[in-house]
Ligand binder design. Sequence first.
Ligand SMILES: [Zn+2]
Length: 134
Amino acid sequence: MSKAIEILEKNKIKPSFIRIKILEYLMNTKTHPTAHEIYEQLKKEIPTLSKTSVYLNLNLFLKKKIIVDLKTKEEQRFDFIQYEHINFYCRICKKVFDLPIVNYIKENDIKVDEFMVEKINIYLEGVCKDCGKP
Ligand SMILES: [Zn+2]
């Protein structure tokens, strides 16, 4: 299974052909493309692609925090998030935050006493930045 399908399913998004293509494009592109650039590139491969569908899916990916957008004065650019989010639980307001933590420990990368680590679940608990203000 492709990494894009895996990410979509993990985020409970139906992995349609167009969604897989958009996500794979963002995963393989380092130029932070605009929606228009994504549309122009993918249209070569998918002639039936509509601009609306590109916009709708980008917004869906944004909402699910699979991608990020970088807004400049003139335009909105998109990028695939290269790191995992981990949950941070604030013991004061009881809210759960997504913290972007760089993947410094890679799965399948470390051995602990001959035990192969295949999955890492990190759960953080503490005081969020709002509750931590004096
Ligand atoms: Zn809090």
